[in-house]
Design a protein around this ligand. Structure first.
Ligand code: GDG
Length: 524
């Protein structure tokens, strides 16, 4: 993965990341000039250190509608912008990504909307990303595509550049087939993803759901975690609409609803589970800084020196279970089991997707609920909830984690949840307790947490009270095991294990002329 060899008609980069967003935001500097600043968010937080180390190119949207600025270098990365018009921001980003795929893939917590013009914009924008990646990638480069916004890129890129090695990682859950099947373009999505050599998911259940979608919506055979796909696999449907199979080529074998290879070859696509993590050491170091520790004391003092500080930190998103958490906390307050001055809750809800209707409504609901709780159970100078609708620098986040005795992470569905891991990474003295939803990827790894079902309000109340009153011995035992996990399986481990798997050759005949041994199971 060395970078920047000059390779004639190809691009210069041997390692290219394609992600929805560039890892920066455009902002106004102190002198009024425009400048680029690092932006918060799961993927950025996770990939920044890896990109710096590898020195590659990152293709993404800069975050504002308009023309793409010229490529530039920042923090050891070559950043290449993909421009989105105002209509594409509405139809592709806010529409198909955030109002169709996001709710669909998170178990339809909110109702997904299906609009054909949004899909057309998704296809168009995925093609633009693909062309940009193809222009950057050196011959034989490794291309790592990220997430639900770019599911067609692997297929389009394989058609354009069969020389590159393609990985795709899905950061959010992959839904069960009964939910996925609602998507009118389910086949095109599956076919698009199958352009990759390796498909990574957060949890085993996500990978399993995807394999089922391959069998059911593309009629393909799977063998363990591998999928046998005709080579080439026609992806024309991604652009052409639902009638993907209509291709007048030589057809050797029809599978399921008509997917065929027209050259007679087969390719093997691998899938696997690669739970993402954080820069644990980096976070841990911030938490050890004297000024950050002093700031955490300051926070506790500002809160009135309670015995127990409860903390929630989330993007303001309906998947994060903020309302369920507030409901449980309000009942615990009403029952007098926790509350000021002995206990307070700090809820950081960082602004997110504010132009999408569901998010606007959620903000109103959360703020009304916080106001009601404070109105009902607060006293002058003693609000039970400290609500902050703001984004903070990472140091302040670490100070908040250090100030918190109990961290509440209660999503209704979450691919992983990095906040849970960040909290654990900061707790050097092995104190503190994590209340964690079973519907997060993190729950598979952080078994020392107090695991909850956020729909079970009584269960969540019990877990919050138990976490707040755990003995120091119990807390230490739980925290120690979680810290071991987070430090051994950090973001480097994640990235390297994915990239190592990607570069490993497929175990069986790569482009065998023979059809695979197992046919799709009709009942699957
Ligand atoms: C998606 C998936 C998956 C938040 N507010 C501020 C801030 N953050 C940082 C946190 C954390 C990140 O953003 C949020 O990551 P999460 O994992 O909790 O959630 P999503 O944003 O939904 O991320 C998720 C992730 O991708 C990675 O694969 O885990 O399941 O949904 O790192 O610290 N950071 C700063 N200020 C803030 O105000 N500096």
């Amino acid at each position: 993965m060395s970078d920047r060899d000059s390779t004639g008609p190809f691009g210069r980069y041997h390692f290219v990341v394609a992600a929805s967003r560039l890892p920066v935001d455009r902002a106004e500097g102190p002198d009024g000039q425009e400048e680029w600043r690092s932006s918060p968010g799961g993927l950025v937080t996770a990939l920044e250190p890896v990109m710096r180390e590898a020195g590659g190119a990152w293709v993404g949207w800069p975050g504002a509608a308009g023309d793409a600025p010229e490529p530039f270098d920042l923090n050891g990365m070559h950043l290449v912008s993909v421009g989105l018009s105002p209509a594409e921001v509405r139809e592709y980003y806010e529409g198909f990504c955030n109002a169709t795929l996001w709710p669909l893939y998170h178990d339809v917590i909110a109702q997904p909307e299906f609009h054909r013009e949004w899909w057309d914009a998704y296809v168009r924008v995925n093609r633009r990303y693909t062309e940009t990646v193809a222009a950057q990638a050196a011959q034989g480069a490794t291309v790592w595509v990220h997430d639900y916004q770019l599911q067609l890129v692997p297929g389009m890129l394989r058609e354009m550049r069969s020389d590159v090695c393609i990985g795709h990682f899905t950061h959010i859950p992959f839904p069960g087939y009964e939910i996925f099947a609602q998507l009118p373009w389910r086949r095109q999505i599956v076919v698009g993803l199958l352009g990759a050599d390796l498909l990574g998911f957060q949890r085993h259940s996500d990978a399993t759901n995807f394999l089922r979608a391959c069998r059911r919506s593309a009629g393909l055979a799977t063998h363990g975690s591998r999928i046998h796909v005709p080579d080439p696999l026609p992806t024309g449907g991604a652009a052409a609409g639902p009638s993907v199979a209509a291709r007048p080529a030589r057809r050797r074998r029809t599978a399921g609803d008509g997917t065929v290879g027209d050259s007679g070859g087969w390719r093997e696509v691998r899938s696997g589970t690669f739970p993402i993590s954080i820069d644990s050491r980096g976070f841990g170091e911030i938490a050890r800084r004297p000024e950050v520790q002093a700031r955490s004391q300051e926070i506790r003092e500002a809160l009135g020196k309670p015995d127990t500080v409860l903390l929630g930190v989330d993007r303001l998103d309906y998947t994060k279970g903020i309302l369920h958490r507030l409901k449980a906390y309000a009942e615990v307050l009403a029952e007098g089991r926790l509350g000021p001055p002995g206990a307070v809750l700090v809820q950081v809800a960082s602004p997110s997707r504010e132009r999408v209707e569901h998010y606007r409504r959620l903000r109103e609901e959360v703020e009304t609920t916080v106001g009601r709780i404070n109105g009902e159970y607060g006293e002058v100078g003693l609000p039970p909830v400290h609500y902050l609708h703001q984004s903070y620098p990472r140091d302040e986040m670490a100070a908040l984690y250090l100030a918190a005795d109990v961290m509440l992470v209660t999503p209704l569905r979450d691919g992983m949840n990095l906040v849970a891991k960040e909290y654990v990474a900061c707790r050097h003295d092995e104190t503190g307790a994590l209340v964690l939803s079973e519907f997060t990827g993190a729950a598979d790894e952080l078994t020392g947490a107090f695991i909850v079902n956020p729909h079970d309000i009584d269960g969540m109340k019990e877990a919050i009270v138990r976490a707040a009153s755990a003995s120091p011995q119990e807390a230490r035992r739980r925290m120690r095991s979680m810290r071991r996990r987070v430090y051994e399986h950090d973001v480097n481990y994640w990235a390297h294990s994915f990239l190592e798997a990607l570069e490993k050759p497929a175990t069986s005949d790569h482009a065998s002329a023979e059809p695979p041994p197992d046919a799709p199971h009709p009942a699957d």
